[in-house]
Design a protein around this ligand. Structure first.
Ligand SMILES: Nc1ncnc2c1ncn2[C@@H]1O[C@H](COP(=O)(O)OP(=O)(O)OP(=O)(O)O)[C@@H](O)[C@H]1O
Ligand SMILES: [Mg+2]
Length: 221
């Protein structure tokens, strides 16, 4: 694909990984690097970002009873559909970058590999609700489940076996997604300092920023 075409398509980047692996921390750290490089970008977090999406977020957070994995999946997909149509796709069409703290792979990893929902069904829904615009680049921040639990403030020794098993399935699911999509997914060892991880991420991201609408002419990274 030539640069001109690429430019008009913008750049869709997602950060993925189990709870507590450090995604939101990296979004914060990337913010200053992107600012310094004069890249205007949009940062989104799912579910949310639209009126309907925020309502769904509240529903998912406030639900005291356990939802079935299918119901959860469809709620996330409804929020994603709105976010893609109203926010993500229009921004990409302006030739800009969109940074997603979790996106399509989270649904595959959690509801699919973790919750046992049919992976093919999730994949089809992901393609429908995104209008076929899957991420150009995905960073998988990989961390052992015990270490992620400790970062979340949970004592790994006291974590329920069920919880550990679920998160292990999600982690393995993510690694399987990476193996199946080597052209898109970059696996990073998240068991390093925040700054080390950010430098690694930035090194991979920079070549993809070339040609974006907001890059200052002649700027050196
Ligand atoms: N590289 C790191 N080394 C040690 N601690 C870290 C590192 N990155 C993040 N943390 C800490 O781990 C905790 C979880 O980080 P963060 O909230 O960024 O994870 P997350 O992937 O966004 O989690 P969630 O999926 O639950 O939103 C925070 O307290 C954060 O300060
Ligand atoms: Mg987070």
């Amino acid at each position: 694909m030539g640069n001109e075409v690429f430019k008009s398509r913008g750049l869709l980047v997602s950060l993925e990984g189990i709870d507590g692996c450090g995604k939101s921390t990296q979004v914060e750290l990337l913010h200053s690097r992107l600012e310094q490089s004069r890249i205007i970008y949009l940062s989104v977090r799912e579910p949310g970002g639209t009126a309907v999406g925020e309502g769904i977020r509240q529903t998912l957070l406030q639900t005291s009873y356990a939802l079935s994995a299918e119901t959860e999946l469809l709620l996330y997909m409804a929020a994603r559909s709105e976010l893609c149509r109203q926010v993500i796709i229009p921004t990409l069409l302006q030739g800009r970058m969109v940074l997603c703290d979790r996106f399509t792979d989270s649904t595959l990893a959690y509801q699919g590999y973790g919750g046992g929902v049919d992976l093919l069904w999730i994949d089809q829904l992901n393609r429908k609700v995104t209008g076929g615009r899957l991420p150009d680049l995905t960073f998988l921040l990989d961390l052992p489940v015990e270490k992620a639990a400790a970062r979340r403030g949970n004592n790994p020794d006291r974590m329920e076996k069920k919880d550990l098993r679920f998160h292990s399935r999600v982690r393995e699911g993510y690694l399987d997604i990476a193996r199946r999509n080597p052209e898109r997914v970059v696996v990073l060892d998240a068991d390093v300092t925040e700054e080390e991880l950010c430098s690694e991420l930035w090194r991979t991201l920079v070549p993809h920023l070339v040609g974006l609408a907001e890059m200052r002419k002649g700027h050196e990274f």
